[in-house]
Design a protein around this ligand. Structure first.
Ligand code: 5AD
Ligand code: SF4
Ligand code: FES
Length: 363
């Protein structure tokens, strides 16, 4: 008799019910999912991992997401902004080390001064790198015009997580006001596409009140939105946030980690040619978290280039790794980890989403 998991895995697009079975599978089932995902990864995007040097530009944020350590309401958070020179030093490091791409991430800020500051930085980043540096932005919800300005200034990928595709759950983990509106988030994702970006989104796995059915819906949401990139990882409680009071409801960290791995593998099977990040949050739970993510489908990693003196202030969640490691240490460490996972690093290559290129008729 054919095992039900084998049967489902003969296909590569799944119904909601099938996804629930796969997400709930035991270790034996899980290993079958991982094996298929690894094969698909090798066949479609190759066993190459692309570096994106991560610059955590500022931890100032106007929002109050209940789960996040740098939310505006966290009075214990010391706010910082990198100076232009600090940004350029990080860019020079990335350039000299052949990273080919950087990510600029920060808390959300919506004002003309911020928009223009980012545009000016983008132009200078292109100058410093002789036009070669690929730039991903992760600066939250903005209007279409702002996205268009940043695209024109040289950014070409954008990450904006939906956090959860369940509107009710979204309401539970955010203040119920106009600044934290699911529809606005969705609209922003559509505007990013309109502006020409390669668009990445993602969710947190193991949120309080989240079910396996929600996670199955998340995967279907990614497929329907036809995303180019994904970044997902476990929810990790932060004691200075309102959601911390729900900590007794959480599944264990190991379960959140294992479910995140399964989500990555299933997404690789469902969306074969997208880019998937091995997120830092994976490594906050399991010391080998990022290697494991790479083995089951992830193909992007973000070595941290933020100056060390600021790192402790960019703690969206607790136990974040690489708090005291210089850029060089993280680079060497990740190089070794990627090698152990049997992959090579795509130095000097943008490693753009093949899915995006196909979507645009470029390949
Ligand atoms: N645990 C895990 N991920 C978190 N993020 C924010 N807070 C947490 C947390 N406590 C993630 C969100 C956000 C991204 C920048 O960081 O998904 O989109
Ligand atoms: Fe701000 Fe992002 Fe944290 Fe929400 S998750 S509070 S938008 S930094
Ligand atoms: Fe930063 Fe290993 S990745 S020290």
């Amino acid at each position: 008799m054919i095992n039900i998991i084998d049967d489902i895995l003969l296909k590569d697009n799944f119904t909601h019910e099938e996804l629930m079975i796969l997400l709930a599978s035991d270790v034996e089932g899980r290993n079958k999912i991982f094996k298929k995902a690894a094969q698909i990864k090798e066949d479609y995007v190759g066993n190459i991992v692309y570096f994106r040097g991560l610059i955590e530009y500022s931890n100032s944020c106007v929002k109050n997401c209940y789960y996040c350590g740098i939310r505006a309401g966290n009075k214990f958070s010391t706010r910082y902004n990198l100076t232009d020179e600090e940004v350029f030093d990080a860019v020079r490091y990335a350039y000299e080390n052949n990273f080919a791409s950087i990510v600029i991430q920060s808390g959300e800020r919506v004002n003309v001064g911020f928009t223009e500051k980012i545009s000016a930085l983008l132009k200078e980043i292109k100058q410093i790198s002789k036009g070669t540096m690929g730039v991903t932005l992760s600066l939250g919800e903005q209007d279409l015009e702002t996205y268009q300005k940043w695209f024109k200034a040289g950014a070409h990928r954008y990450l904006l997580r939906i956090e959860t595709s369940n509107r009710e759950l979204y309401k539970k983990i955010h203040p119920d006001d106009a600044m934290h509106d699911y529809n606005v988030r969705l609209e922003a994702l559509k505007n990013l596409k309109k502006a020409g970006f390669q668009v990445g989104t993602g969710v947190m796995v193991g949120l309080p009140f989240q079910t396996i059915s929600d996670l199955a819906d998340d995967l279907i949401f990614f497929k329907e939105l036809d995303i180019d990139m994904a970044g997902l990882g476990p929810y990790i409680e932060h004691h200075q946030t309102p959601l911390y009071i729900e900590k007794d409801r959480l599944i264990s960290k190991t379960e959140r980690f294992n479910l995140s791995l399964k989500m990555i593998a299933l997404l690789r099977i469902m969306m074969k040619d997208i880019n998937i990040a091995a997120t830092t949050a994976m490594q906050a739970i399991d010391p080998m978290g990022r290697e494991k993510a790479i083995k089951v489908g992830a193909n992007v990693i973000m070595p941290n280039l933020t100056p060390i003196k600021y790192r402790e202030n960019y703690q969206l969640y607790e136990d974040k790794p690489c708090m005291d490691e210089e850029a060089d240490e993280c680079k060497n460490c990740l190089e070794a980890r990627i090698k152990i996972a049997g992959h090579t690093i795509g130095y000097g290559e943008w490693g753009d989403s093949l899915h995006f290129k196909k979507r645009k008729g470029l390949i």
